[in-house]
Design a protein around this ligand. Structure first.
Ligand code: PLP
Length: 408
C-alpha cells in the first residue's frame, strides 16, 4: 500500500489507539487480482489461504471469483465459512490424517499427497459407498530450474504416480486432476514460463493415463518485489511468454481447467505493519529505538536479520516463507522532514534476537512515534509467535475499497 497523505493520517490516528497493528488495503488486493485476471484470462486462480487468513481478506479475495488453496482442514473450514462451495476449495497438504479426510471429504476437493493417502481416501469412500474425485500432487521429474527430479516431502514421485495409475484398482476413487507446486517467490519471467510449459507437458502425459482431467493445478511461483533492488515480475511479458503453450493445450483439452494458486502476489504488498517507539536508548554511542511487538508481532524482519548475521554466504538462499532475502522490508516513518540519524531497531522482548534493522538512517524519532514496515500482507500476522511473552497482540485493520474501516 502507498504511504500517501491519506494513509499516513489514518496510521497516525490508529496508532493513538493501538500499540501495534496490521493495516490491509483492499484496493491494493483488488488491483493485484485484476492484474492476474486481465493477463491470464484462460487461467482460474486460487488464493493460498495460509499466507493471510484474515476474515476480511478472505471475503475480499473470494468475492473476486478466486477459489481456495487450503493447506489444512482448518483452512478448508475457513474457506467454507467465507462462502466458498466444495468445488472451489482444493485441499492439498502432506500428512492428512483419516480424521482430516473424513471431515474434509464433503467440503473440498482432496488432492492426495501420497499413495497411502489415496488408499486412506479409498477406505473412507468405500465405507460410505461413494465415489470421490480427487487430484494427486505430483513431484515431477523436473525441478524449477532443471530437468531432473528431486527428493521431496511433497507429492508422489512422477514415476511412482505413473506406475500407480497404470495398475489402478481403487474402485471408489477417481483421479481427475493433478497438482504441482515447486517453489514460491520467482521474479524471472523465463524461469516461470518454462516451469508452466513443463507442467502442461506433464498434464498431457496424465491425460493419456487417467483420461480427460478436470483440472491441472500449476501451483504458485509468482513473486513480488520485496527489496528496492528487485524488478517486479512483468505479468504482461509472462502472459505473452506462456500464451502459445496455453492456447495449444486449451485447443486439445478445452474442458480441462488450468489453475494457478497464489498467496503473496494477491496480498503481500497490500499490508503494512505499524509499531511504535516505546523507548530511546544510547549505549556505547549506539542509538537503539525499542519498538513494540516486533519479533512476536511480525517475525519476518527479525528472521531476515538473524539469517543475514548467521549465514556464511553473502546472499543466503531463501527459505520460504520464513526468509526471502536481505533487505526485504522497508522501515518508513510519518516524519519525512525530520533530520536523519543512524539507529538500530529492536523489540521490547526479553531476548536479544528481536533486532529488526541494524544501523539504518531514519528521521529522528521520539517515544510514541510510528515505524511502518512494508510487505506485511502475506506470511506476517499468521506466521508470528504472538503468544510469546504474553504481550498485547497487534490488531488487524482492514480498509475496504469504499473507505470503511474494519478492526478485527
Ligand atoms: C504456500 C503455497 C502456495 C502459496 O505460495 P505464495 O508464494 O504465497 O504464492 C501455493 N501453493 C502451495 C502448494 C503452497 O504450499
Amino acid at each position: 500500500m502507498l504511504l500517501d497523505m491519506k494513509n499516513k493520517a489514518m496510521i497516525a490516528k490508529y496508532a493513538e489507539k493501538y500499540g501495534s497493528f496490521y493495516l490491509y488495503d483492499e484496493s491494493c488486493i483488488i488491483s493485484s487480482v485484476n492484474v492476474l485476471k486481465e493477463n491470464f484470462p484462460q487461467i482460474e486462480f486460487l488464493y493460498s489461504v495460509k499466507c493471510n487468513s484474515n476474515h476480511d481478506v478472505l471475503h475480499s479475495v473470494f468475492a473476486h471469483s478466486f477459489g481456495a488453496d487450503a493447506a489444512s482442514l482448518g483452512e478448508v473450514l475457513l474457506a467454507n465459512e467465507a462462502g466458498l462451495t466444495k468445488d472451489k476449495i482444493y485441499y492439498s497438504a502432506p500428512g492428512k490424517t483419516m480424521e482430516d479426510i473424513e471431515a474434509a471429504i464433503s467440503k473440498s476437493i482432496l488432492i492426495a499427497d501420497s499413495l497411502d493417502e489415496i488408499k486412506r481416501i479409498q477406505m473412507i469412500a468405500s465405507k460410505s459407498d461413494i465415489t470421490v474425485n480427487i487430484g494427486i500432487r505430483i513431484n515431477p521429474d523436473f525441478s524449477f530450474h532443471g530437468n531432473c527430479g528431486q527428493p521431496s516431502k511433497f507429492g508422489i514421485d512422477e514415476e511412482q504416480a505413473v506406475e500407480f495409475v497404470r495398475n489402478y484398482d481403487c474402485k471408489n476413487v477417481k483421479i481427475t486432476g493433478i497438482h504441482v507446486h515447486l517453489r514460491s517467490q520467482e521474479l524471472n519471467v523465463g524461469t516461470l514460463s518454462d516451469y508452466y510449459g513443463k507442467i502442461l507437458h506433464l498434464a498431457e502425459k496424465f491425460h493419456s493415463l487417467c483420461g480427460e482431467l478436470d483440472y491441472v493445478n500449476m501451483g504458485s511461483g509468482m513473486g513480488i518485489q520485496y527489496s528496492v533492488d528487485e524488478t517486479p515480475l512483468d505479468m504482461k511479458l509472462l502472459s505473452a511468454g506462456i500464451k502459445s503453450e496455453i492456447d495449444r493445450f486449451k485447443t486439445t483439452y478445452p474442458n480441462t481447467k488450468l489453475i494457478i494458486e497464489t498467496g503473496r502476489y494477491v496480498v503481500g504488498k497490500s499490508g503494512v505493519y505499524v509499531t511504535k517507539v516505546v523507548e530511546r536508548k544510547v549505549s556505547h554511542q549506539k542509538t537503539y529505538l525499542i519498538l513494540k511487538n516486533t519479533l512476536n508481532g511480525f517475525i519476518r524482519p527479525s528472521l531476515a536479520v538473524l539469517v543475514t548475521r548467521c549465514a556464511a554466504q553473502d546472499e543466503p538462499a531463501p527459505s520460504e516463507p520464513l526468509f526471502t532475502g536481505k533487505n526485504t522490508f522497508q522501515f518508513l516513518t510519518l516524519k519525512d522532514d525530520a533530520p536523519t540519524e543512524p539507529v538500530t531497531l529492536v523489540g521490547n522482548l526479553c531476548t536479544a534476537a528481536d533486532v529488526v534493522a541494524e544501523d539504518i538512517m531514519l528521521p529522528h524519532l521520539e517515544c510514541g512515534d510510528c515505524i511502518v514496515i512494508t510487505n506485511a500482507g502475506s506470511y506476517a500476522a499468521v506466521l508470528s509467535p504472538m503468544q510469546f511473552a504474553a504481550q498485547e497482540k497487534p490488531v488487524e485493520i482492514f480498509l475496504t475499497a469504499d473507505d470503511r474501516i474494519i478492526v478485527d
